[in-house]
Write a protein that binds this ligand. Structure first.
Ligand code: BJ8
Length: 433
């Protein structure tokens, strides 16, 4: 796709039927198209298989929405989520669709700030703002949403969101003792009952086993992609991998897996032929911290336009989403639910205390990705990640790993200041290697 012919396509009729504020959304669509064009299509030497993901972006507000509306007509539930703790396998098991609704854009934040306090996480404000301003076709298309009790900003916002769209909440334990695992298993079972009730059908052993395979395959494809980008020099940019990790939250899982695997085949071929997007000398940065929901490409844009490359995202839009798969060796539905629960309890979100496994995981991924420095990214006012950055820094200091901690929101105001700090960090990496 060339630099000049990209646009996020317009579907005013569909949006109108969904109750979207069409006039305002039309402007947001154009802005997204422009940002995508300058951030993504200006990259040189992209793999050809990125064409599929360009196409997904051009159809992000139409093609996928049309598919989702078709599923709805067939009575398949469409569930909006905000956290990788919501077990999508159970939604897929009833033939439903899971759509990640985390907001990554500044656009609707002022709408949210008319109601919510200003000093809370931008992800929560953006997500809530999208709903109250009616500027997200996905939010308008879902039947209901499932929140969770991970952080205070989210769990209290669900109470307000429930007035706009039915909002159910899963209780996520804050520790990982046996009694917490028991509680989580009960929550997973309740989630299954709720989804069955909405879909008006029971989930069989085969349904769940099939869904687990679909999601395991998706996570395995993402693992494969991540392993390939770890190659030094990298055959694909960090920005492109971030985009794919973001698309994983709303694309059809089977098609997505096939396209990611096709891209991986191409990357293997590139590595064999010595085709890369960076050189041996390009500084390699790993990002660790809070999720970057689409279109939050700010940090990647700065790093990759400053002569470095991002080689890993230790994040929920990143490895935390796909590093673990469900053990598929079960004989009964109870056993599957137990294994599913165990898999989800491996998520090392900073909402847990203690959460020392995350520190080890960060160090492991740093080594695996052949990174040369860690940039800890925390969304503004995310207390748990901000505080946990202290422990990550201690571990980096001990191992002599260049470390930079950044706290930012979605506004473009801090870009200049961030660029100065990131460029200095890249210089530090260069001087230490
Ligand atoms: S498992 S990281 S997706 S909760 S909203 S905690 S950034 S203050 S997103 Fe998350 Fe699930 Fe954990 Fe992952 Fe902080 Fe903002 Fe809260 Fe956030």
């Amino acid at each position: 796709m060339s630099l000049n012919n990209f646009e996020v396509k317009s579907y005013p009729e569909i949006w109108k039927a969904l109750g979207v504020d069409v006039e305002r959304f039309e402007k947001m669509r154009c802005v997204l198209g422009d940002i995508y064009q300058t951030s993504y299509l200006s990259q040189e030497n992209r793999p050809n298989s990125m064409d599929y993901f360009n196409w997904i972006m051009s159809e992000i507000h139409g093609g996928r929405i049309t598919e989702i509306l078709e599923y709805k007509k067939e009575g398949r539930p469409v569930v909006g989520t905000f956290c990788i703790f919501i077990p999508e396998e159970i939604v897929i098991a009833v033939g439903g669709i899971c759509v990640g609704l985390c907001g990554g854009s500044q656009g609707p934040v002022p709408d949210a700030e008319k109601i919510l306090p200003r000093n809370i996480c931008p992800l929560v404000k953006s997500s809530y703002g999208f709903k109250i301003a009616k500027v997200c076709p996905y939010f308008q298309a879902v039947d209901f949403v499932y929140g969770e009790t991970t952080c205070d900003a989210k769990k209290k916002t669900w109470e307000l969101l429930d007035k706009k769209i039915p909002t159910y909440v899963m209780e996520i334990p804050q520790m990982k003792r046996q009694r917490d695992l028991n509680l989580w298993l009960e929550e997973v079972k309740d989630f299954k009952l709720k989804i069955e009730k909405v879909a008006k059908r029971e989930i069989s052993f085969d349904d769940l086993a099939k869904a687990i395979k679909i999601v395991n395959d998706k996570r395995k494809a993402l693992q494969r992609l991540n392993k390939l980008r770890y190659h030094k020099p990298s055959p694909i940019s960090g920005k492109d991998v971030l985009l794919i990790e973001q698309i994983a939250f709303f694309d059809d899982p089977i098609r997505f897996t096939e396209k990611v695997n096709r891209l991986c085949d191409e990357l293997e071929d590139r590595i064999e032929k010595g085709i890369y997007v960076s050189s041996e000398e390009t500084p390699r940065v790993m990002i660790s911290g809070t999720p970057m929901a689409m279109p939050n490409w700010k940090i990647h844009n700065i790093i990759e336009s400053s002569g470095a490359i991002v080689v890993n995202e230790e994040s929920c839009v990143g490895t935390r989403y796909f590093k673990d798969i469900v053990d598929d060796n079960s004989k009964t539905i109870d056993e599957i639910l137990q294994k599913l629960t165990e898999r989800y309890m491996k998520i090392d979100c900073s909402c847990f205390t203690p959460n020392d496994e995350r520190v080890s995981q960060v160090l492991k991924e740093f080594k695996d990705s052949q990174a040369q420095g860690i940039l800890h990214y925390s969304l503004q006012f995310c207390h748990t990640y901000n505080i946990e950055a202290v422990k990550i820094k201690e571990a980096c200091d001990k191992s002599n790993i260049p470390f930079l901690s950044i706290e930012s929101d979605y506004s473009p105001e801090d870009i200049g200041q961030l660029r100065t700090r990131i460029e200095a960090f890249i210089e530090q990496i260069k001087s230490q290697n």
